[in-house]
Ligand binder design. Structure first.
Ligand SMILES: NC(=O)c1ccc[n+]([C@@H]2O[C@H](COP(=O)([O-])OP(=O)(O)OC[C@H]3O[C@@H](n4cnc5c(N)ncnc54)[C@H](O)[C@@H]3O)[C@@H](O)[C@H]2O)c1
Length: 355
């Protein structure tokens, strides 16, 4: 697999990625190299990373607690203090070894520490490989509002090694699958046609789709780095998906959903809206719904909850002038941007999902 050039940095793959990393260290000569992990990536990924290097380096390991609940400014505060305490300076390097929480928050922490130190991302979940690896978005949540605080900032490089996925929970593997499905429906139907044939999702059947997914995301974000047009297609399924995700995160009596589980719900509902507003064929909406629900299961959303979830849409970062903007499909691979949808139709979409 050849390296992918993104905005001024490369995504490197497999064994060669470690060689590129070591060449970077040789050239950049960081004053200190920190590796940010959570308890899971400390346990499952750190040794794999270190053992793939040809010699021993003096790394400082910083561990934080895993999970979206810790992706906030309080954790950044701890990290900035820790970096200060450990003597980090502007020539330090932060290596973010983990899922999207680690790469988003580590990227943000590095980009704001002493007005910005260098960082490298090593995504270890399927979601962070296929989605968070390119695009330059870094940030943290503000309460339940996802990624409310952040900035665009690019890593020096990204290393992709699918061996890290071997220890990932099945639920987390599925979380990344939702984004691959999104690329399939909006950009390259061949991906969806492949996934359609899967009865279950395994590392073996998903690995061949990772490279193509990163290529697609990279094509989109390099053409539209600041989300003025094309990049909006990446929000398909995410407008309702994020609201569902926030609702489940906030709710005390519900188990939180993974990002992908919420996006899977959002994609089904937004395809239904696509049918209503752009005549997207209903038989294809049904086909996607059946397949997604067979892979992800059906999330139970009670009728009494529809209104509260719809209320959360007002916080969507893609809103303009107080209006919610949806990305809908007129057909596979053809997106309609900045679509407005009446609340009554949103309720219909919830009912369609639950039917
Ligand atoms: N920057 C972007 O463009 C972008 C894109 C998509 C998502 N995101 C963000 O990414 C986050 C979600 O990412 P995620 O799903 O990777 O979540 P995550 O980082 O919370 O990882 C999920 C879980 O898997 C564990 N884990 C990670 N790697 C592991 C491994 N190899 N083996 C075993 N366990 C492992 C983690 O400790 C965690 O418990 C969200 O905060 C989302 O906003 C960012």
């Amino acid at each position: 697999m050849t390296s992918i050039l993104s905005n001024n940095y490369f995504v490197h793959f497999s064994n060669s990625s470690y060689l590129k990393f070591e060449a970077f260290l040789e050239d950049f000569k960081p004053s200190t190299c920190f590796i940010l992990v959570d308890e899971n990536t400390h346990k499952y990924c750190l040794d794999r990373f270190i053992n793939n290097l040809s010699k021993t380096y003096n790394f400082e390991i910083i561990e934080i607690k895993s999970g979206e609940a810790f992706k906030n400014l309080e954790t950044c505060n701890l990290l900035w203090k820790k970096l200060t305490y450990l003597g980090a300076d502007r020539k330090s390097l932060l290596v973010n070894l983990g899922g999207g929480v680690i790469t988003d928050m580590g990227g943000f922490t590095a980009s704001t520490f002493k007005r910005g130190i260098s960082f490298i991302n090593i995504p270890t979940t399927l979601l962070s490989m296929v989605d968070a690896s390119v695009g330059g978005k870094t940030g943290v949540d503000l309460g339940v509002l996802k990624n409310q605080i952040g900035l665009f900032s690019n890593p020096k490089m990204v290393l992709i090694d699918t061996d890290y996925l071997k220890t990932l929970l099945q639920r987390e593997l599925l979380s990344g699958l939702a984004e691959i499905i999104k690329y399939g429906l909006t950009y390259d139907i061949k991906l969806w046609n492949t996934i359609k044939t899967y009865k279950i999702v395994t590392i073996n059947n998903i690995t061949p789709l990772i490279y193509r997914s990163i290529v697609i995301k990279n094509e989109v974000i390099t053409q539209d780095p600041k989300e003025n047009g094309l990049r909006k297609i990446l929000n398909f399924g995410h407008t309702l998906g994020h609201a569902v995700e926030s609702y489940f995160l906030e709710s005390e009596d519900k188990e939180s959903l993974t990002h992908g589980e919420a996006i899977a719900v959002g994609m089904i509902m937004e395809l239904y809206l696509s049918h209503k507003q752009f005549n997207f064929p209903i038989n294809l909406v049904e086909e996607v719904k059946i397949k997604i629900q067979s892979l992800f299961g059906k999330v139970v959303i009670n009728t009494s909850e529809f209104g509260e979830i719809i209320d959360l849409l007002i916080h969507d970062k893609k809103n303009t002038n107080g209006k919610v903007n949806f990305v809908l499909l007129s057909s596979f691979e053809h997106c309609e941007l900045n679509c407005k949808v009446e609340n009554a139709l949103l309720i219909e979409a919830f009912n369609y999902y639950m039917a």
